[in-house]
Write a protein that binds this ligand. Structure first.
Ligand code: GZL
Length: 333
């Protein structure tokens, strides 16, 4: 049974806030042009709809958001949509009825959001997109987007492969495990990777299918790829978790991951970095899930009616096997 969880700010934070308000004698009130009025003690209420709990990246992202809300003294109403768009739409409607001050969410897919976002706009509740974006033509439906450049992540993965295979004299067969169908990271990573490998006509994607960003999905689809394609040289997985699932299928087929099949993934969560350091993966393009602190800063600014940039991209890097060995001890997620 899915539960809407509330994460009230810690007692210490409330005491500090109350003292500050008493000292200034300022009555707590929300911004006049937002639907929420802020709590009596000035606490901002944030309604957050999360995609689900499908991957290590998502778990780290949820932890970052919950910890940052507590730290920022923001009252968090958190909903896990279990990777279903209809659940996210329901959650957003609940937040509107509860008159939260700000709504933030990571849209599981790019399309189908205009109606519910218009309802939030009509209720004068500002919306922030985090992690994934939407394809709405009406940019007034949300205040800002905070997250990664997924096309760049796919491009960096492809450029590394072009460099690795520059001396190839024959076809290099690639299989691709796509993320959730219709999601921004799946669409954009696929686009960036394809654009990059076009530089070398030997590099051919012989099969491409969604594993839905999960380990189980990655394993199941990789088993099908191995049965249908006698010669697989490279796996490009849109996230570490599908790559980790694929490892099981590759090993079960009697092949050595990282050697018989070059494996490139995206995210750089701890388990992925461990596989890279162990030589089972060959390259990872990082996608940071640690969006919580930046999100809470944006929530406060948007609630106060301050202007914010339309798009805020996270800083990310890439890792080779050697770089993973060096970075692993200090990885936060
Ligand atoms: C990317 C994020 C993706 C991750 C996956 O920002 O939306 O969803 O790459 C996660 O691990 O499931």
């Amino acid at each position: 049974m899915k539960r809407m969880r509330t994460y009230p700010p810690s007692r210490k934070v409330i005491a500090v806030l109350a003292a500050a308000l008493l000292a200034t004698g300022v009555a707590a009130c929300g911004n006049s042009d937002t639907g929420g009025s802020g709590g009596d003690d000035g606490t901002i209420t944030l309604g957050f709809s999360q995609v689900g709990a499908e991957s290590g990246w998502r778990t780290a992202n949820t932890t970052s958001i919950k910890e940052a809300a507590t730290e920022a003294g923001i009252d968090l109403k958190f909903d896990d949509a279990q990777q279903k768009q209809e659940n996210q739409i329901k959650a957003i409607r609940n937040f509107i009825q509860q008159k939260v001050d700000v709504i933030a969410f990571s849209p599981v897919v790019e399309s189908g959001w205009d109606t519910v976002l218009k309802e939030a706009k009509d209720a004068k509740i500002p919306v922030i997109l985090t992690d994934r974006s939407v394809d709405s033509a009406d940019k007034s439906l949300y205040k800002t987007f905070l997250g990664s450049d997924f096309v760049k992540e796919g491009r960096l993965a492809g450029e590394w492969l072009v460099q690795k295979e520059q001396s190839a004299t024959g076809p290099v067969n690639i299989v691709e495990l796509q993320g959730t169908t219709g999601s921004a990271p799946a669409n954009d990573r696929k686009k960036g990777f394809a654009e990059a490998i076009a530089a070398n006509p030997n590099l051919k994607i012989v099969a491409s299918q969604s594993g839905d960003f999960t380990r189980a999905g990655g394993k199941q689809v990789m088993e099908q790829f191995l049965k249908a394609n006698p010669k697989i040289d490279v796996l490009f997985a849109h996230n570490d978790d599908m790559g980790l699932g694929a490892l099981e299928a590759i090993t079960a087929a009697g092949k050595v991951p990282g050697k018989d099949i070059t494996i490139i993934t995206v995210d750089a969560v701890k388990d992925g970095m461990q596989a890279l350091a162990d030589g089972k993966f060959n390259f990872i393009a990082e996608c940071s899930p640690l969006l919580g602190p930046q999100l809470m800063d944006l929530v406060k600014k948007v609630h106060a009616g301050e202007s914010v940039p339309a798009r805020i991209e996270t800083q990310e890097t890439t890792f080779t096997q050697e770089q993973a060995k060096e970075a692993l001890p200090n990885r936060k997620y």
